[in-house]
Design a protein around this ligand. Structure first.
Ligand SMILES: Cc1cc2nc3c(=O)[nH]c(=O)nc-3n(C[C@H](O)[C@H](O)[C@H](O)COP(=O)(O)OP(=O)(O)OC[C@H]3O[C@@H](n4cnc5c(N)ncnc54)[C@H](O)[C@@H]3O)c2cc1C
Length: 208
């Protein structure tokens, strides 16, 4: 994306173009299986054919891409949340405390119930937004709602998964420690939770 005159335009750039630099991969809290690196563009010259969608179409392209990206990040978070739930169910049967499996304690059962309920609600919201997008129906509000709810519900599920695992939840031997770190960024990238709430509120106020 770059400013062309007073507008934003989008360009497709070959990574080997002179002046395009891929920076050193960042040290991240989670998602360590995939590298994240910034790009630096220094006096990059492009042919006219690199322009996507015409002069000034950049913002529209960015916003349209964001709707799809937000649905994807919502789904990604739910996947992590569901893995945390599965690990917690397994552990609740295996771990005994005070002479019985911790699955027998109501305090643990309620956590599991809340995790599953919120993850199901999140899944339905993501499917609603995805279905609208697949039909070509505008879905900016639904995508933002799905993203903020799904990522925050999945974060809560991962947090509870750590709690259910007790001390083992905090060390690398069990997968929930990684799920907790991995899910955190879903509330930040592709637009933070604050920005999603802003998008939803803006849509509501415009309709009222
Ligand atoms: C692992 C990872 C991968 C990424 N991948 C990509 C990528 O592939 N492509 C890409 O373009 N970017 C990528 N990003 C960047 C990411 O999209 C941004 O970090 C994110 O959108 C937040 O922007 P920011 O960091 O500038 O936060 P800021 O905008 O500086 O926000 C800081 C805080 O202020 C709040 N805030 C900001 N503005 C407002 C407002 N108007 N009202 C209320 N609160 C506000 C934010 O919600 C946040 O809490 C990636 C980031 C990470 C961590």
């Amino acid at each position: 994306m770059a400013k062309t005159g007073d507008k934003a335009s989008a360009f497709l750039i070959d990574g080997k173009t002179p002046g395009v630099h891929v920076n050193r991969p960042e040290e991240k809290m989670g998602l360590r299986a995939s590298n994240t690196a910034g790009l630096t563009l220094e006096d990059v010259r492009l042919p006219k054919s690199a322009l996507i969608g015409g002069h000034g179409a950049g913002l529209k392209i960015a916003f349209t891409a964001l709707d799809g990206g937000r649905i994807g990040v919502g789904a990604q978070a739910i996947g992590i949340g569901r893995a945390a739930l599965a690990a917690s169910l397994k552990y609740a049967h295996e771990r005994t405390a005070f002479g019985k499996p911790i699955a027998d304690f109501q305090a643990i059962q309620w956590k599991l119930a809340d995790m599953a309920t919120e993850l199901d609600a999140a899944t339905l919201m993501v499917l609603r937004a995805a279905s609208l997008r697949a039909k070509g129906v505008p879905c900016t509000r639904e995508a933002a709602m799905a993203k903020v709810f799904a990522t925050e519900a999945s974060y809560r599920a991962c947090n509870q998964a750590v709690q259910i695992h007790g001390g083992y939840g905090y060390i690398g031997e069990f997968p929930v420690e990684r799920h907790f770190r991995d899910v955190r960024v879903s509330m930040i990238y592709e637009g933070t939770s604050e920005i999603q709430r802003m998008v939803v509120a803006r849509a509501l106020l415009a309709m009222s």
